[in-house]
Design a protein around this ligand. Structure first.
Ligand code: ARG
Length: 591
């Protein structure tokens, strides 16, 4: 395929020049026609690599027979000169510090287009096999039971969903786990509070807020009466010892919470294969602690706790067991890692958890490493904090912003927007569209931002029909559908052989953008950055808009033009839909 062919050529040429196959080659569609069709930074990376090796002295003893490269521009020249004879590239030039721009031949465009149409007809475009024969296990969403889901759980849930979808489309065997927070001393306190002040009926009527109230009450009372802390600990001990009554109570709390969480998951279209919460590992920790102690990896720290010291003496140790014998968050995570590798036979473990736990995950992974749980590669995909602008979403006097309220608000605002546009949809249709637009807007708003920064939350931007937003992309999709609907089923366009025409710039722009889709999927997964896919889809929608505004489609001059353009509309629709599907954003048929 086109871009792969060019990459291959570049790769062999670089190998010829340097003796080494480059790790990866980036080929970007250029957005300015003066800079050709695609460009690559390969000359820059190659030159940097050469520089990092022993300096080559011109004419000196260690000058290699391939020549001496100093500047990236020179490397670029060498690269271009050494490219094999081919009929795909019609022109090249060097820009800026050493970017190589390529112009493609019409033949290359026709071949690419034909390849693309075939893949799209078979529904296999954007379906890759990078992860073939590998099992990825993901840890996403993971709310704490008996507490409402806050907005930061939106991030781990939504970013998690898109990473899951990326893994899936890249061919991994995927196990989606929801590592619920359902264990720890706080549940001793909560069960104590329920037993002391709780009423089952009241809790059942509105579970999470009521449980939260009881938890808060415990802390208020404990301030007056410190012996309550001991009572809480005793209750937790009962739980740990498997006291049936206590266990039953905890299970009840978990079930009530899960029912509430499920509402949100349904609205977000999120699902899981496993719900192995922290409590699942309760009986799997002791053997690990014993083994660690026996091997001298887990040692006694200050105040009688059991710890795993870190290599870096400035890093605090991982605490594995408290002095009173209680296990911790880290103990359960360690057991989880072992379980994932030994029982679930995972190859890649992915934890989508906010940046606040960065140090924690470093300690955890180093501990797992020391314990010899190394069969799986573990990654922590961190993300920043959500920042609400003034008046954006009331935080109810410093309390968490409830996820449910954010979703309601999004749908409400989307509905208003639809109303203000004189929509011809039925009332039911409007509500359905408001749901698709509102939820899509929230998700896309999260996913289109760089996860390494803090998130901004801007209702107007996220529901805008103009900017880099879900509604803009959804609208572009509905435009493709309204064109395709005008073509009767029986004359569904089929362009068996791309015609021997020279394409218009708008057509070329679309072809080369569409063809980069698989590359973007790969890069989004490699970097665990769904925002790369968002930017790409936004660019695709813009290219489509140019094409749609500047060229005639159904009433174009010739049959060939009509067919080519209809096929392009189909291809655009395919990629928009598939791309948004990966992001977990639904597309409406009309707007
Ligand atoms: N339940 C935790 C919380 O809400 C997050 C769990 C993250 N995952 C993990 N493996 N520790 O903060």
């Amino acid at each position: 395929m086109l871009t792969e062919d060019i990459k291959q050529m570049l790769s062999t040429t670089i190998k010829k020049l340097t003796g080494k196959v480059p790790e990866s080659i980036h080929l970007e569609p250029s957005d300015n026609p003066d800079h050709g069709d695609f460009s690559t930074n390969s000359a820059l990376t190659t030159s940097k690599q050469l520089k990092n090796k022993a300096p080559l002295v011109r004419g000196g003893a260690n000058e290699s027979e391939q020549g001496v490269f100093s500047s990236p521009r020179e490397v670029a020249e060498e690269l271009i000169a050494a490219l094999p004879e081919n009929d795909l590239i019609s022109k090249t030039d060097i820009a800026g510090p050493g970017f190589i721009n390529f112009w493609l031949s019409d033949k290359a465009y026709r071949e690419a287009f034909s390849w693309l149409n075939n893949k799209i007809d078979q529904n296999s475009f954007g379906v890759l096999d990078i992860g073939k024969a590998q099992t990825a296990i993901t840890d996403t969403s993971h709310p704490n039971v008996a507490k409402p889901m806050g907005v930061h759980h939106l991030l781990s849930t939504i970013i998690g969903q898109s990473i899951n979808n990326l893994l899936k489309t890249c061919g991994y065997t995927l196990i989606k786990d929801n590592y619920l927070g359902d264990w720890g001393t706080q549940f001793g306190k909560l069960t104590y509070a329920i037993k002391t002040w709780g009423h089952m009926e009241v809790i059942k009527s509105d579970p999470i807020p009521e449980l939260l109230k009881l938890y808060v009450k415990f802390h208020e009372e404990a301030e007056q009466n410190p012996t309550l802390e001991d009572q809480g600990r005793m209750e937790f001990k009962r739980l740990e010892e498997g006291n049936p009554e206590s266990r039953k109570l905890l299970q009840w709390i978990v079930d009530l919470s899960l029912t509430e969480f499920q509402n949100i998951y349904d609205r977000l279209g999120v699902d899981f294969d496993l719900m192995n919460g922290e409590s699942f590992y309760e009986d799997k920790m002791e053997s690990i602690i014993k083994e660690g102690v026996r091997k001298g990896i887990i040692v006694e720290g200050e105040k009688g706790a059991l710890i795993i010291p870190m290599n870096d003496p400035n890093k605090p140790p991982a605490i594995i067991r408290k002095k009173d014998g209680a296990t911790l968050y880290a103990t359960r995570d360690l057991a989880r890692i072992k379980y994932w590798q030994d029982e679930l036979k995972g190859d890649l473990g992915i934890n989508v958890v906010d940046i606040a736990q960065k140090l924690y995950f470093e300690q955890l992974f180093e501990s797992a490493q020391k314990m010899g749980f190394t069969k799986m590669k573990q990654v922590h995909i961190d993300f920043g904090r959500m920042e609400f602008p003034e008046g954006g979403m009331s935080t109810r006097k410093g309390k968490v912003v409830l996820l449910e309220e954010v979703l309601d608000e999004a749908e409400r605002r989307a509905y208003e927007k639809i109303e203000s546009h004189d929509s011809e949809l039925s009332e039911q249709g409007k509500h359905e569209l408001a749901r698709i637009m509102g939820i899509g807007a929230i998700k896309y708003n999260v996913l289109s931002q760089n996860r390494n920064k803090n998130y901004t939350f801007d209702w107007n931007q996220m529901l805008s029909f103009e900017g880099n937003s879900a509604p803009y992309l959804q609208y572009a999709y509905t435009r493709t559908q309204s064109i395709l609907k005008k073509v009767a089923e029986d004359q569904n366009p089929r362009l068996d052989d791309p015609q021997l025409r020279v394409y218009e710039p708008e057509e070329k722009q679309l072809i080369k953008t569409i063809i980069s889709f698989e590359d973007i999927i790969k890069r989004s997964l490699e970097n665990y950055k769904p925002n790369l896919l968002c930017t790409y889809l936004f660019e695709l929608a813009q290219s489509f808009s140019q094409f749609y505004n500047n060229l005639r489609i159904l009433d174009a001059e010739s049959e060939e033009e009509i067919l080519t353009r209809l096929q392009l509309v189909k291809d655009t629709a395919y990629v928009l839909k598939k791309g948004l599907e990966i992001l977990g954003v639904e597309v409406p048929e009309r707007m």
